[in-house]
Design a protein around this ligand. Sequence first.
Ligand code: SAM
Ligand code: DTB
Ligand code: SF4
Length: 315
Amino acid sequence: MMVPRYDWTVDEVLAVIERPFHDLLADAHTCHIERFSAHSVEAAKLLSIKTGGCPEDCAYCPQSAHNSTGLTAEPLMDTKSIVAAATEAKAEGATRFCMGAAWRSPSDSQVQKVAESIEAVAELGLETCVTLGMLTASQATTLSHAGLDFYNHNLDTSADFYGTIITTRTYEDRLTTLANCRDAGIRLCTGGIVGMGETRRQRAGLLTQLATLNPHPESVPINLLIQVPGTPLHGLPEFAPLELVRTIAATRLVMPGSVVRLSAGRASMSEELHALCFHAGANSIFLGERLLTADNNGDDEDRRILDQLDTTLKV
Ligand code: SAM
Ligand code: DTB
Ligand code: SF4
Protein backbone atom coordinates (compact mmCIF):
# COMPACT_ATOMS: atom_id res chain seq x y z
CA MET A 1 0.00 0.00 0.00
CA MET A 2 1.21 3.52 -0.82
CA VAL A 3 2.32 5.11 2.42
CA PRO A 4 1.44 8.85 2.64
CA ARG A 5 4.45 11.19 2.40
CA TYR A 6 4.58 14.77 3.62
CA ASP A 7 7.93 15.83 2.11
CA TRP A 8 6.97 16.20 -1.56
CA THR A 9 8.89 18.74 -3.63
CA VAL A 10 7.48 20.64 -6.61
CA ASP A 11 9.93 18.85 -8.93
CA GLU A 12 8.75 15.46 -7.70
CA VAL A 13 5.05 16.32 -8.06
CA LEU A 14 5.66 17.77 -11.52
CA ALA A 15 7.39 14.51 -12.47
CA VAL A 16 4.27 12.62 -11.31
CA ILE A 17 1.98 14.84 -13.43
CA GLU A 18 4.28 14.34 -16.42
CA ARG A 19 4.50 10.54 -16.22
CA PRO A 20 3.47 8.68 -19.39
CA PHE A 21 -0.33 9.01 -19.40
CA HIS A 22 -1.23 5.31 -19.19
CA ASP A 23 1.34 4.59 -16.47
CA LEU A 24 0.09 7.57 -14.46
CA LEU A 25 -3.50 6.40 -14.77
CA ALA A 26 -2.74 2.77 -13.95
CA ASP A 27 -0.77 3.70 -10.82
CA ALA A 28 -3.36 6.22 -9.68
CA HIS A 29 -6.13 3.64 -10.08
CA THR A 30 -4.13 1.00 -8.19
CA CYS A 31 -3.48 3.51 -5.41
CA HIS A 32 -7.19 4.43 -5.38
CA ILE A 33 -8.48 0.89 -4.92
CA GLU A 34 -5.98 0.15 -2.14
CA ARG A 35 -8.01 2.40 0.16
CA PHE A 36 -11.34 3.07 -1.56
CA SER A 37 -13.97 1.25 -3.57
CA ALA A 38 -13.89 2.10 -7.27
CA HIS A 39 -17.68 1.61 -7.30
CA SER A 40 -18.73 4.29 -4.86
CA VAL A 41 -18.53 8.08 -4.81
CA GLU A 42 -19.31 10.43 -1.96
CA ALA A 43 -22.08 12.96 -2.56
CA ALA A 44 -22.02 16.45 -1.08
CA LYS A 45 -24.58 19.18 -1.61
CA LEU A 46 -23.76 22.87 -1.64
CA LEU A 47 -25.89 25.77 -0.49
CA SER A 48 -24.97 29.42 -0.80
CA ILE A 49 -26.11 30.76 2.58
CA LYS A 50 -24.88 34.32 1.86
CA THR A 51 -24.52 35.31 -1.76
CA GLY A 52 -22.53 37.95 -3.64
CA GLY A 53 -21.18 41.38 -2.72
CA CYS A 54 -17.87 39.92 -1.52
CA PRO A 55 -15.08 42.47 -0.90
CA GLU A 56 -12.35 40.08 -2.15
CA ASP A 57 -11.18 40.43 -5.76
CA CYS A 58 -10.81 36.75 -6.74
CA ALA A 59 -10.57 36.87 -10.54
CA TYR A 60 -12.53 33.64 -11.02
CA CYS A 61 -15.46 34.42 -8.76
CA PRO A 62 -18.94 35.56 -9.79
CA GLN A 63 -19.57 36.68 -6.20
CA SER A 64 -16.82 39.29 -5.98
CA ALA A 65 -18.10 42.89 -5.77
CA HIS A 66 -15.16 43.73 -8.08
CA ASN A 67 -16.74 41.68 -10.88
CA SER A 68 -19.90 42.71 -12.77
CA THR A 69 -21.66 39.41 -13.26
CA GLY A 70 -25.25 40.56 -12.74
CA LEU A 71 -25.59 38.37 -9.65
CA THR A 72 -28.13 39.53 -7.06
CA ALA A 73 -26.59 39.72 -3.58
CA GLU A 74 -28.52 38.00 -0.80
CA PRO A 75 -28.08 38.27 2.99
CA LEU A 76 -27.33 35.39 5.37
CA MET A 77 -30.16 32.83 5.29
CA ASP A 78 -31.97 31.92 8.49
CA THR A 79 -31.48 28.52 10.10
CA LYS A 80 -34.99 27.33 9.23
CA SER A 81 -34.46 27.83 5.48
CA ILE A 82 -31.00 26.23 5.68
CA VAL A 83 -32.43 23.17 7.45
CA ALA A 84 -35.16 22.89 4.79
CA ALA A 85 -32.47 22.82 2.04
CA ALA A 86 -30.40 20.30 4.00
CA THR A 87 -33.43 18.04 4.44
CA GLU A 88 -33.93 18.07 0.66
CA ALA A 89 -30.23 17.36 0.10
CA LYS A 90 -30.44 14.33 2.34
CA ALA A 91 -33.46 13.04 0.42
CA GLU A 92 -31.45 13.44 -2.82
CA GLY A 93 -28.72 11.16 -1.43
CA ALA A 94 -26.17 13.63 -0.09
CA THR A 95 -24.19 12.59 2.99
CA ARG A 96 -22.47 15.97 3.42
CA PHE A 97 -24.01 19.43 3.42
CA CYS A 98 -21.67 22.33 2.57
CA MET A 99 -22.72 25.87 3.37
CA GLY A 100 -20.85 28.65 1.55
CA ALA A 101 -20.79 32.36 2.34
CA ALA A 102 -19.33 35.14 0.20
CA TRP A 103 -17.37 36.71 3.03
CA ARG A 104 -13.75 37.79 3.32
CA SER A 105 -13.84 37.03 7.05
CA PRO A 106 -17.02 36.73 9.12
CA SER A 107 -17.70 38.70 12.31
CA ASP A 108 -18.06 36.79 15.59
CA SER A 109 -21.84 37.27 15.49
CA GLN A 110 -22.01 35.89 11.95
CA VAL A 111 -19.97 32.87 13.07
CA GLN A 112 -22.40 32.41 15.96
CA LYS A 113 -25.38 32.38 13.60
CA VAL A 114 -23.70 29.87 11.28
CA ALA A 115 -22.84 27.72 14.33
CA GLU A 116 -26.58 27.46 15.09
CA SER A 117 -27.25 26.24 11.56
CA ILE A 118 -24.39 23.72 11.81
CA GLU A 119 -25.95 22.22 14.95
CA ALA A 120 -29.33 21.98 13.26
CA VAL A 121 -27.95 20.38 10.07
CA ALA A 122 -25.86 17.90 12.07
CA GLU A 123 -29.06 16.79 13.86
CA LEU A 124 -30.38 15.59 10.49
CA GLY A 125 -27.53 13.07 10.40
CA LEU A 126 -25.57 14.88 7.69
CA GLU A 127 -21.86 15.65 7.78
CA THR A 128 -21.41 19.40 7.96
CA CYS A 129 -18.99 21.62 6.05
CA VAL A 130 -18.84 25.41 5.86
CA THR A 131 -16.74 27.84 3.86
CA LEU A 132 -16.86 31.36 5.25
CA GLY A 133 -13.50 32.94 4.36
CA MET A 134 -10.72 33.65 6.86
CA LEU A 135 -11.24 32.55 10.46
CA THR A 136 -9.49 33.46 13.69
CA ALA A 137 -8.47 30.69 16.08
CA SER A 138 -11.38 31.47 18.42
CA GLN A 139 -13.92 31.47 15.56
CA ALA A 140 -12.62 28.05 14.48
CA THR A 141 -13.10 26.85 18.05
CA THR A 142 -16.69 28.15 18.07
CA LEU A 143 -17.44 26.19 14.88
CA SER A 144 -15.73 23.10 16.24
CA HIS A 145 -17.83 23.25 19.42
CA ALA A 146 -20.95 23.48 17.25
CA GLY A 147 -19.97 20.08 15.84
CA LEU A 148 -18.60 21.21 12.47
CA ASP A 149 -17.01 18.26 10.63
CA PHE A 150 -15.14 20.02 7.78
CA TYR A 151 -13.98 23.53 6.91
CA ASN A 152 -13.53 24.27 3.20
CA HIS A 153 -10.83 26.80 2.43
CA ASN A 154 -9.13 26.34 -0.92
CA LEU A 155 -5.53 27.27 -1.63
CA ASP A 156 -6.79 27.51 -5.22
CA THR A 157 -3.39 27.66 -6.95
CA SER A 158 0.35 27.82 -6.30
CA ALA A 159 1.86 30.52 -4.08
CA ASP A 160 3.71 32.11 -7.03
CA PHE A 161 0.55 32.43 -9.17
CA TYR A 162 -1.75 33.53 -6.33
CA GLY A 163 -1.07 37.28 -6.67
CA THR A 164 -2.12 37.18 -10.33
CA ILE A 165 -5.57 35.89 -9.31
CA ILE A 166 -6.23 37.61 -5.96
CA THR A 167 -4.70 40.78 -4.56
CA THR A 168 -6.86 41.38 -1.47
CA ARG A 169 -5.35 38.57 0.64
CA THR A 170 -2.19 36.49 0.72
CA TYR A 171 -1.38 32.81 0.47
CA GLU A 172 -0.10 33.04 4.03
CA ASP A 173 -3.59 34.22 5.14
CA ARG A 174 -5.04 31.04 3.62
CA LEU A 175 -2.50 28.79 5.37
CA THR A 176 -3.18 30.52 8.70
CA THR A 177 -6.92 29.83 8.51
CA LEU A 178 -6.25 26.19 7.62
CA ALA A 179 -3.93 25.90 10.64
CA ASN A 180 -6.55 27.54 12.90
CA CYS A 181 -9.15 24.99 11.78
CA ARG A 182 -6.78 22.04 12.17
CA ASP A 183 -5.79 23.23 15.65
CA ALA A 184 -9.49 23.45 16.58
CA GLY A 185 -9.93 19.79 15.60
CA ILE A 186 -11.87 20.43 12.37
CA ARG A 187 -11.11 18.23 9.34
CA LEU A 188 -9.88 20.12 6.29
CA CYS A 189 -11.42 20.37 2.84
CA THR A 190 -8.94 22.27 0.68
CA GLY A 191 -7.97 22.11 -2.94
CA GLY A 192 -7.92 24.36 -5.93
CA ILE A 193 -8.94 25.42 -9.40
CA VAL A 194 -7.40 24.36 -12.71
CA GLY A 195 -7.79 26.25 -15.96
CA MET A 196 -6.91 29.74 -14.72
CA GLY A 197 -3.91 30.07 -17.06
CA GLU A 198 -1.48 28.42 -14.62
CA THR A 199 1.42 26.29 -15.85
CA ARG A 200 1.83 22.59 -15.11
CA ARG A 201 4.55 23.53 -12.65
CA GLN A 202 2.11 25.84 -10.87
CA ARG A 203 -0.44 23.01 -10.68
CA ALA A 204 2.36 20.90 -9.21
CA GLY A 205 3.01 23.80 -6.79
CA LEU A 206 -0.60 23.69 -5.56
CA LEU A 207 -0.51 19.91 -5.06
CA THR A 208 2.84 20.19 -3.26
CA GLN A 209 1.39 22.75 -0.82
CA LEU A 210 -1.54 20.43 -0.10
CA ALA A 211 0.55 17.25 0.14
CA THR A 212 3.04 18.78 2.55
CA LEU A 213 0.30 19.55 5.07
CA ASN A 214 0.59 16.95 7.81
CA PRO A 215 -1.90 15.36 8.14
CA HIS A 216 -3.11 15.66 4.56
CA PRO A 217 -6.45 17.42 4.05
CA GLU A 218 -9.21 14.82 4.39
CA SER A 219 -11.04 16.27 1.35
CA VAL A 220 -9.39 17.74 -1.73
CA PRO A 221 -11.74 19.49 -4.18
CA ILE A 222 -10.38 19.93 -7.69
CA ASN A 223 -12.44 22.58 -9.47
CA LEU A 224 -12.34 23.22 -13.21
CA LEU A 225 -12.67 26.97 -13.68
CA ILE A 226 -16.21 27.94 -14.66
CA GLN A 227 -15.66 30.95 -16.87
CA VAL A 228 -18.36 33.38 -15.80
CA PRO A 229 -19.03 36.42 -18.07
CA GLY A 230 -18.04 39.59 -16.20
CA THR A 231 -15.10 37.97 -14.37
CA PRO A 232 -11.54 38.78 -15.51
CA LEU A 233 -10.89 35.10 -16.33
CA HIS A 234 -13.78 34.87 -18.78
CA GLY A 235 -12.47 34.17 -22.29
CA LEU A 236 -9.38 32.16 -21.35
CA PRO A 237 -8.61 29.18 -23.62
CA GLU A 238 -10.50 26.01 -22.69
CA PHE A 239 -8.52 23.79 -20.32
CA ALA A 240 -7.35 20.55 -21.96
CA PRO A 241 -9.57 17.77 -20.55
CA LEU A 242 -6.76 15.22 -20.26
CA GLU A 243 -4.75 17.73 -18.23
CA LEU A 244 -7.58 17.58 -15.68
CA VAL A 245 -7.25 13.79 -15.64
CA ARG A 246 -3.50 14.11 -15.01
CA THR A 247 -4.20 16.55 -12.17
CA ILE A 248 -6.73 14.19 -10.54
CA ALA A 249 -4.35 11.22 -10.91
CA ALA A 250 -1.46 13.16 -9.36
CA THR A 251 -3.73 14.34 -6.52
CA ARG A 252 -4.65 10.71 -5.80
CA LEU A 253 -1.00 9.60 -5.84
CA VAL A 254 0.40 12.35 -3.62
CA MET A 255 -2.49 12.20 -1.09
CA PRO A 256 -3.47 8.52 -1.22
CA GLY A 257 -5.85 8.61 1.75
CA SER A 258 -7.72 11.81 0.87
CA VAL A 259 -11.14 11.96 -0.72
CA VAL A 260 -10.69 13.75 -4.06
CA ARG A 261 -13.72 15.70 -5.22
CA LEU A 262 -14.38 16.37 -8.88
CA SER A 263 -15.93 19.73 -8.06
CA ALA A 264 -16.92 22.77 -10.13
CA GLY A 265 -17.09 22.54 -13.90
CA ARG A 266 -18.75 19.13 -14.27
CA ALA A 267 -21.66 20.60 -16.23
CA SER A 268 -19.26 21.13 -19.15
CA MET A 269 -17.59 17.70 -18.83
CA SER A 270 -18.46 14.73 -21.04
CA GLU A 271 -19.34 11.34 -19.58
CA GLU A 272 -16.01 10.06 -20.94
CA LEU A 273 -14.12 12.73 -19.00
CA HIS A 274 -16.10 11.89 -15.86
CA ALA A 275 -15.17 8.23 -16.37
CA LEU A 276 -11.46 8.99 -16.70
CA CYS A 277 -11.48 11.26 -13.64
CA PHE A 278 -13.19 8.59 -11.50
CA HIS A 279 -10.76 5.99 -12.85
CA ALA A 280 -7.87 8.29 -11.93
CA GLY A 281 -9.05 8.47 -8.32
CA ALA A 282 -11.79 11.07 -7.95
CA ASN A 283 -14.36 9.75 -5.46
CA SER A 284 -16.61 12.61 -4.51
CA ILE A 285 -18.96 14.99 -6.34
CA PHE A 286 -21.37 17.82 -5.67
CA LEU A 287 -24.95 16.76 -6.36
CA GLY A 288 -27.75 18.80 -7.87
CA GLU A 289 -28.34 21.46 -10.46
CA ARG A 290 -26.60 24.28 -8.62
CA LEU A 291 -23.20 24.71 -7.00
CA LEU A 292 -23.15 28.01 -5.08
CA THR A 293 -24.33 30.26 -7.91
CA ALA A 294 -23.24 28.33 -11.03
CA ASP A 295 -24.81 25.38 -12.83
CA ASN A 296 -24.00 21.78 -11.99
CA ASN A 297 -24.88 18.49 -13.69
CA GLY A 298 -28.20 17.71 -12.03
CA ASP A 299 -29.19 14.38 -10.50
CA ASP A 300 -30.63 12.74 -13.64
CA GLU A 301 -27.46 13.33 -15.64
CA ASP A 302 -25.30 12.11 -12.73
CA ARG A 303 -27.40 8.97 -12.30
CA ARG A 304 -27.03 8.29 -16.04
CA ILE A 305 -23.24 8.65 -15.85
CA LEU A 306 -22.76 6.70 -12.61
CA ASP A 307 -25.03 3.86 -13.78
CA GLN A 308 -22.87 3.35 -16.84
CA LEU A 309 -19.80 3.18 -14.60
CA ASP A 310 -21.43 0.66 -12.21
CA THR A 311 -20.94 3.21 -9.47
CA THR A 312 -23.33 4.24 -6.71
CA LEU A 313 -23.45 7.09 -4.22
CA LYS A 314 -21.89 6.33 -0.85
CA VAL A 315 -24.59 5.94 1.80
N1 SAM B 1 -15.58 33.17 0.36
C1 SAM B 1 -15.04 31.92 0.77
C2 SAM B 1 -13.64 31.66 0.22
O1 SAM B 1 -13.31 32.20 -0.82
O2 SAM B 1 -12.94 30.89 0.84
C3 SAM B 1 -15.93 30.74 0.44
C4 SAM B 1 -16.70 30.70 -0.88
S1 SAM B 1 -15.72 30.61 -2.35
C5 SAM B 1 -16.95 30.79 -3.58
C6 SAM B 1 -15.24 28.90 -2.40
C7 SAM B 1 -14.43 28.41 -3.56
O3 SAM B 1 -15.21 28.34 -4.74
C8 SAM B 1 -13.22 29.20 -4.00
O4 SAM B 1 -12.11 29.03 -3.18
C9 SAM B 1 -12.96 28.60 -5.37
O5 SAM B 1 -12.12 27.48 -5.27
C10 SAM B 1 -14.35 28.14 -5.82
N2 SAM B 1 -14.82 28.92 -6.99
C11 SAM B 1 -15.36 30.15 -6.98
N3 SAM B 1 -15.67 30.56 -8.22
C12 SAM B 1 -15.32 29.55 -9.06
C13 SAM B 1 -15.37 29.38 -10.47
N4 SAM B 1 -15.84 30.32 -11.27
N5 SAM B 1 -14.93 28.21 -10.99
C14 SAM B 1 -14.43 27.25 -10.16
N6 SAM B 1 -14.36 27.36 -8.83
C15 SAM B 1 -14.78 28.51 -8.27
C1 DTB C 1 -15.13 23.94 -3.77
O1 DTB C 1 -13.94 23.56 -3.87
N1 DTB C 1 -15.91 24.21 -4.79
C2 DTB C 1 -17.21 24.66 -4.33
C3 DTB C 1 -17.09 24.54 -2.78
N2 DTB C 1 -15.74 24.12 -2.61
C4 DTB C 1 -17.44 25.68 -1.94
C5 DTB C 1 -17.62 25.97 -4.87
C6 DTB C 1 -17.61 26.00 -6.38
C7 DTB C 1 -18.15 27.33 -6.78
C8 DTB C 1 -18.39 27.45 -8.25
C9 DTB C 1 -18.93 28.76 -8.63
C10 DTB C 1 -20.29 29.09 -8.07
O2 DTB C 1 -21.16 28.23 -7.94
O3 DTB C 1 -20.52 30.27 -7.77
FE1 SF4 D 1 -15.35 36.17 -2.05
FE2 SF4 D 1 -14.80 33.58 -1.83
FE3 SF4 D 1 -15.64 34.61 -4.17
FE4 SF4 D 1 -13.21 35.21 -3.31
S1 SF4 D 1 -13.96 33.16 -3.84
S2 SF4 D 1 -14.72 36.66 -4.14
S3 SF4 D 1 -13.53 35.29 -1.12
S4 SF4 D 1 -16.81 34.48 -2.29
